[in-house]
Design a protein around this ligand. Structure first.
Ligand code: ZN
Length: 105
């Protein structure tokens, strides 16, 4: 029997750290999700209004045809994504710990 192995789960890491907004694959903006803000992303094809509130990120308005991004549920956890395909816009939640882990050991 192998004993004494504990899988440590960083349960509190579930909350995302940063919202990364990319347009056509280029990073447009990176923001901490702890910071409430609203801003408009202007793309070549239209705009998306991105809201960060209480650690949740969502698209409140957009002039895209399908409105899938507007109707998407807000995201707050690492790896969650909202995409506006007509505009080539992708919002991803990523951990803010990555950089810290890279320098700390
Ligand atoms: Zn859209």
């Amino acid at each position: 029997m192998i004993s004494g192995i504990f899988i440590l789960i960083n349960g509190t890491r579930e909350q995302g750290g940063r919202a990364v907004i990319t347009v056509e694959g280029q990073v447009y903006k990176t923001l901490p999700v702890q910071m409430d803000t609203t801003f408009t992303v202007e793309t070549d094809k239209g705009y998306n209004v991105v809201v960060i509130k209480d650690g949740q990120v969502f698209v409140s308005h957009a002039d895209c045809a399908n409105q899938i991004c507007v109707n998407s549920r807000s995201i707050s956890k690492n790896g969650e994504v909202i995409a506006c395909l007509p505009h080539g816009l992708v919002i991803t939640i990523t951990s803010s710990d990555e950089e810290v882990d890279a320098v700390a050991y």
